[in-house]
Design a protein around this ligand. Structure first.
Ligand SMILES: NC(=O)c1ccc[n+]([C@@H]2O[C@H](COP(=O)([O-])OP(=O)(O)OC[C@H]3O[C@@H](n4cnc5c(N)ncnc54)[C@H](O)[C@@H]3O)[C@@H](O)[C@H]2O)c1
Length: 444
């Protein structure tokens, strides 16, 4: 390997193009990564290669993720962007240029608008793709990125239905075979105090786990009035948070952060069964609030008897709480926002904190440069599926097993990915969307 490596170093000094180098080392090439340590090459040449980034989904998080990626590694540049809507892309690009200057090298030729823009951004000369669009599109865009041999940062959640979950698992395997990185935006996994607390719980600090309580009870979020100039697809895309087929519902889109911590504590093993209740009591106006619920309460049962009680609610003017409590035979732990263990072991995290949003990109770029791929695919798919399973339970009122949930054939897809297509739900003559009713809505 060292002979190979030093030969590459000599070739680069003689002027090998960056693209050729990345192809040879596998940084950008599909399946070409051979385990060659890029850091060795870096020492030989004295400089890290520039890694090029494409951003797909240029909203709040996408703009933030691109900034985090540029901050995480000084030899990264943003070269391509794609968004469904031109105004979103333009405002994101302007903000990024203002804050990051010539590290943002996106041109009109590498700016792509529309529902197929992702394909063109992925096809650009880029090494890394940031997937920050609404969750519905993640399985499709992830598949396209790994098939094209690109490393991926994938925001959470990564699907809205079981076919999407299964697709993400397949893409995870394709990425593994090609030695590509998939880093998940489940950011608490990159947060030092949380990592240290979960590690101690997994090492037995609270004894055997009996119960985990997860809450994401927060204020009002979402909603948009219809603009008569928009097609139904355009309106739903602009208002994606309020449509189950696009966001997964808020227990999937937001509460996944809590469920992922429970999954992590349980060594990434999924629960056996879920049952629960939920509804839509406050956020009822249509078409403004689409078809999602505004509260869910779900009990996840594990085969070994552990139960995860999970609550999420988005109502204004209520008592709010977003915490994770783990109760065991020898004590209890609070992850957010105390990072503390009490009982047989008494401990509190006293070290420094980290910016988890930057840390996840540092992990990604460092893995690419070392040629040691990180693949968060399995846990990001499982925590997404855990949340979808909870939604299946609250929408139907049924007790649903992991087996049933993961094999569900319900595919939340529009007739096509065009602006005049028919979304999976459409309003009736009064402009009202169908909302799931427990006991009536069927598990599919
Ligand atoms: N990890 C975190 O803490 C965190 C925080 C916020 C959001 N998120 C996640 O990031 C994702 C985006 O959330 P946001 O708050 O940025 O939403 P947003 O609405 O601000 O941005 C989404 C962008 O995607 C664009 N878009 C829609 N469909 C697209 C498509 N098919 N192709 C390309 N672009 C498309 C939209 O036009 C919009 O600009 C969500 O999955 C959300 O759950 C994660």
């Amino acid at each position: 390997m060292s002979t190979h490596s030093s030969r590459q170093g000599r070739e680069m000094k003689k002027g090998t193009s960056r693209r050729d180098f990345l192809k040879t080392t596998g940084v950008a090439g599909a399946g070409a990564l051979t385990g060659l340590s890029l850091s060795r090459f870096v020492h030989a040449s004295g400089q890290d290669p520039i890694l090029k980034i494409a951003l797909i989904g240029c909203g709040g998080r996408g703009t933030g993720a691109a900034a985090n990626a540029l901050e995480a590694d000084p030899r990264t540049v943003l070269v391509a962007m794609a968004d469904a809507f031109e105004d979103r892309l333009n405002s994101s690009l302007a903000a990024l240029k203002k804050n990051h200057g010539d590290r943002v090298q996106v041109t009109p030729e590498t700016s792509f608008v529309g529902l197929d823009g992702y394909k063109k951004a992925i096809a650009c000369d880029v090494d890394v793709v940031l997937l920050c669009e609404p969750p519905h599109f993640r399985p499709m865009h992830l598949r396209a990125a790994v098939e094209a041999g690109k490393h991926v940062f994938a925001e959470k959640p990564v699907a809205v239905d079981a076919p999407g979950y299964r697709s993400v698992l397949e893409s995870t395997e394709i990425a593994r075979q090609k030695n590509l990185c998939i880093v998940s935006g489940l950011c608490w996994r990159y947060h030092k105090p949380t990592i240290e607390t979960v590690k101690r719980i997994q090492d037995g600090a609270v004894g055997d786990i009996i119960v985990i309580q997860e809450t994401y009870n927060t204020g009002h979020i979402g909603g948009r009035d219809r603009d008569p100039n928009l097609t139904e697809m355009q309106f739903q895309l602009r208002n994606w948070y309020c449509f189950t087929w696009l966001s997964g519902d808020h227990n999937v889109e937001q509460h996944i952060h809590s469920l992922d911590k429970a999954l992590w504590v349980m060594h990434d093993e999924p629960p056996a069964v879920a049952w629960g209740l939920g509804g839509r009591q406050v956020r009822t106006e249509m078409p403004r609030y689409g078809n999602i619920y505004d509260h869910h309460a779900v009990c996840y049962e594990y085969a070994n008897g552990v139960r995860v009680y999970s609550y999420c609610r988005q109502h204004a003017n209520c008592w709010n709480d977003t915490t994770d409590h783990v109760f065991g035979t020898k004590g209890r732990a609070v992850i957010l926002n105390k990072w503390q263990i009490e009982g047989a072991v008494n401990w509190k995290y006293e070290g420094e904190s980290t910016n988890m949003y930057v840390a996840e990109h540092q992990a990604l770029f460092s893995a690419i440069r070392k040629g040691e791929p990180i693949n968060n695919g399995v846990y990001m798919a499982r925590s997404t599926m855990m949340a979808i399973m909870g939604r299946m339970a609250t929408y139907t009122g049924q007790r649903i097993t992991w087996e049933e949930a993961t094999n569900s054939q319900e595919a939340l897809v529009p007739s096509a990915y065009t602006w005049d297509a028919t979304p999976p739900i459409v309003p009736d003559e009064q402009g009202r969307y169908p909302v799931a009713i427990p006991g009536i809505t069927k598990f599919v």
